[in-house]
Design a protein around this ligand. Structure first.
Ligand SMILES: Cc1cc2nc3c(=O)[nH]c(=O)nc-3n(C[C@H](O)[C@H](O)[C@H](O)COP(=O)(O)O)c2cc1C
Length: 304
């Protein structure tokens, strides 16, 4: 049997499959359920300093190729999130706190609170495609990415991952900026800015008009992003975008990811997802002759 365990910037994972931020992980109880259902770790819903209601419905459109969502980053504010983290920590596996803010100092305040709750690492959401003044509006700038990363790194001890936006000309330059700021790793990719039109109403379907595309449609974009980032930086990469099989995960790992996060597939399959993914990947590795994840990381790059 091949070894599925892998380590990402000091975070020990029993397999490369991690629950992505925002999907199924709204509460401590659902994060714990994902861990008990076989996720090696979970990333929390993104939280910020003050409570946010998010956008009015409709906030999600299901398409045959994936989802388009504009939830508007609803969350109860970091103060209220301590209880959720306590619940999520119960299964005894790594919990990664996803945070966002509007300035370096706001990021730092949320980061310190989350660290105090006992998370094993932080993921800076610099990539939400549909919230004004936060997310990708900050993360599209290499300068701000570096500045925010450096500020958070100076404020906490736990590993810090930076989640990058594909809605940019060069995701590799954002990864380099995160590395310069001291990031322990990067996560690629968040959703791709998108829109769906209701023909009867001749209006965009989502209340926010624009949303983010996720699921099978974005996998080739995610693979390309991870491949480019792997060539540009030395820090480890979480691959994310359209993973729903062992083959998808292996593609990301060969492109350069050490582990993958799973969102939209979990939205559809819930409880079944993680055990199935582990079985598939294990079978695939046996067929291809790999004994560990480590052996597969970056194999698509030939010489490296
Ligand atoms: C309904 C929904 C909510 C999401 N909320 C967040 C969020 O709060 N923070 C974040 O960083 N990413 C969020 N994402 C993006 C996912 O974490 C992930 O990057 C993206 O969906 C691509 O992965 P997938 O194709 O496996 O879903 C959300 C995605 C969906 C579908």
């Amino acid at each position: 049997m091949p070894e599925l365990d892998v380590e990402v910037a000091g975070v020990e994972l029993e397999s490369p499959f991690v629950l992505a931020s925002g999907v199924w992980g709204e509460s401590g109880a659902s994060l714990a359920r994902a861990l008990r259902a076989g996720a090696a770790a979970v990333v929390t819903k993104s939280v910020c300093l003050e409570p946010r209601p998010g956008y009015p419905n409709p906030t999600v459109v299901e398409l045959p190729i994936g989802l388009v969502n504009a939830m508007g980053l609803p969350n109860p504010g970091v103060e209220a999130y301590g209880e959720e983290i306590a619940e999520a920590l119960k299964p005894g596996k790594p919990v990664i706190g996803s945070i966002f803010g509007r300035s370096p100092s706001e990021f730092c305040a949320v980061a310190k609170k989350m660290e105090g709750f006992g998370v094993h690492a932080l993921e800076l959401n610099l990539s939400c495609p549909h919230v004004r003044g936060a997310g990708a509006e900050l993360g599209r700038s290499p300068l701000l990415t570096e500045k925010i990363t450096r500020a958070v790194k100076g404020a906490v001890e736990v590993p810090v991952f930076v989640k990058l936006t594909p809605n940019t000309a060069s995701i590799a330059s954002l990864a380099k900026a995160a590395e310069r700021g001291g990031a322990d790793g990067v996560t690629a990719i968040n959703t791709i800015r998108a829109m769906v039109i209701n023909l009867e109403l001749s209006r965009p379907v989502l209340s926010n008009e624009f949303g983010g595309l996720s699921g099978p449609a974005i996998k080739p974009v995610g693979i390309r992003a991870v491949y480019e980032i792997f060539e540009a930086v030395r820090i480890p990469i979480f691959g994310v975008g359209g993973v729903s099989s062992g083959e998808d995960a292996a593609e990301y790992i060969m492109a350069g990811a050490r582990a993958v996060q799973v969102g939209t597939a979990v939205y559809k399959e819930r409880e079944q997802t993680f055990r199935q993914l582990r079985r598939h990947l294990s079978r695939l590795m046996t067929r291809l002759g790999y004994e560990s994840i480590e052996e597969m990381v970056g194999r698509a790059h030939g010489g490296r």
